[in-house]
Design a protein around this ligand. Structure first.
Ligand SMILES: Cc1cc2nc3c(=O)[nH]c(=O)nc-3n(C[C@H](O)[C@H](O)[C@H](O)COP(=O)(O)OP(=O)(O)OC[C@H]3O[C@@H](n4cnc5c(N)ncnc54)[C@H](O)[C@@H]3O)c2cc1C
Length: 413
């Protein structure tokens, strides 16, 4: 009998638990360690000026997992001890494991920039509680509008949602008839607009630059945020060599910036397990090279950087590859339980959509292909329509930027 412990009950951790239950033997135990008894989605809870109804994206984890024969605790992982195959829990108890899967997502590093985040002077939407606060602040803002700053701080791993937020904000202001009284500035650590942490492909640059221009949104790229005060943000813009090029002081009445992401404290500094940011080092089979019974999936993973950027930007980590990644990890654990070497490699391709308020942009990212131009981008109303229940239809034209190479796409696309 083996005991498989999964840390984190987000999109990846839950998928892992269910898939592992299918693949494990009936005598094997599976335990999910969460730090919250409820499942709470981080997927775009902020919808055009209001948080999505929390009840629709929350449910109690314990009963659902226990129904499938999966153990559950909401005590949280306080520390992982890989040398003794043990997870210390927040309530003082410990769990011994034969296999550990880490899917604990990111720790939001607001503390890296003075004044950043809901405890400081900017809003965030990476957690449903933050989205609720952000939407309350938005209601106050629209009654007394002024300049807006939206985007990402240095070290952010997720750029699509930042663009999406900028365009949602813009479209909401237009809908309310107050767009003319609001200046919007988009700030990003990407080296250029549309880099998205991927680089290499200029199609996204052209598409997003033109969408920003059309929406009259000012952009400052290759920027790091030095500090934020009440109503004031201090930035450094870098040149292509990483030297400070200019300083900016932006006045704002409302700001949402996605912060840098670090790994959770339970893993910080474990030699051979994590990189300098605390993300899990993995091989092609999603297994840690030093601790062969530890796997990682989702945002917890430390993927290879695809391009160097001056203001640190990580490659994007979104949900599309979950199915492939989780299936590979679960199969590799089963391989090991059967005394075999892991043999399942995941496909890392992504399909993302950025809702631009009326039209939108879909991205197909094929980081595994060496073919130039493997990434594809397409713009149109089709992105927005499935996401909203009361659409005005929007005015975006359907523009096929580049037909992606589907032959190299994921098996489950
Ligand atoms: C604003 C925003 C919008 C996004 N929109 C999309 C989108 O539309 N589509 C998309 O694919 N991706 C989107 N993403 C990316 C998204 O974050 C990931 O795709 C997805 O949530 C990653 O899943 P995960 O399981 O790796 O991490 P998470 O979903 O973050 O789950 C990790 C879980 O681990 C828990 N945890 C943390 N520490 C501990 C601990 N010590 N012990 C136990 N549990 C712990 C956390 O509470 C959390 O429940 C968005 C991200 C943001 C910030």
């Amino acid at each position: 009998m083996s005991h498989i412990v999964i840390i984190g009950a987000g999109a990846n951790g839950l998928s892992m638990a269910y898939e592992m239950r299918e693949l494990a033997r009936s005598s094997d135990r599976i335990t999910v360690v969460a730090n919250d008894p409820q499942f709470r989605s981080v997927l775009s809870p902020w919808e055009e000026g209001g948080a999505a109804a929390c009840g629709e994206i929350e449910f109690p984890l314990g009963p659902r997992l226990e129904k499938k024969g999966i153990g559950f605790t909401a005590a949280g992982a306080r520390r992982v001890h890989p040398d003794r195959n043990q997870v210390e829990l927040g309530d003082g108890a410990s769990l011994d494991y034969d296999f550990l899967v880490i899917s604990a997502g990111p720790k939001l590093a607001f503390d890296e920039v003075e004044g950043l985040g809901p405890a400081g002077h900017t809003q965030a939407v990476c957690h449903v509680d933050q989205a609720v606060i952000a939407s309350e602040a938005w209601k106050r803002f629209v009654a007394d509008p002024g300049p807006i700053v939206v985007g990402t701080a240095q070290g952010a791993t997720c750029f699509g949602p930042a663009y999406q937020l900028a365009f949602m904000i813009e479209s909401d202001l237009r809908r309310r008839g107050i767009r003319d009284s609001v200046e919007i500035t988009f700030v990003t650590s990407e080296p250029y607009i549309g880099h998205l942490g991927l680089g290499g492909d200029t199609e996204s640059k052209a598409l997003l630059e033109s969408a920003m221009r059309a929406a009259d949104i000012e952009c400052i790229a290759n920027a790091s945020v030095d500090r934020v005060e009440t109503g004031r943000m201090y930035l450094t813009e870098h040149d292509a060599r990483g030297k400070p090029k200019s300083d900016h002081v932006l006045a704002f009445k409302y700001s949402i910036l996605l912060p840098a992401c670090k790994s959770i404290d339970a893993l910080a500094g474990i030699e051979g397990l994590v990189n300098r940011c605390g993300f899990i080092l993995i091989d092609e089979f999603l297994r840690n090279p030093k601790y062969g019974n530890i796997y990682a999936v989702g945002v917890s993973v430390a993927p290879a950087q695809t391009a160097q950027t001056q203001a640190p930007a990580e490659i994007p980590k979104v949900g599309y590859s979950i199915e492939s990644v989780v299936t590979a990890a679960a199969n590799n654990i089963r391989d090991q339980m059967d005394g075999k070497a892991p043999s399942h490699r995941p496909i890392w391709n992504e399909v993302s959509v950025a809702d631009l308020g009326a039209a939108g942009i879909g991205f197909v990212e094929l980081p595994q292909t060496t073919t130039p131009g493997g990434n594809g981008f397409s713009r149109g109303n089709w992105v927005h329509l499935p996401r909203c229940s009361s659409c005005e239809g929007g005015s975006g034209e359907l523009h096929q930027a580049q037909e992606p190479d589907r032959s190299a796409g994921p098996a489950h696309a």
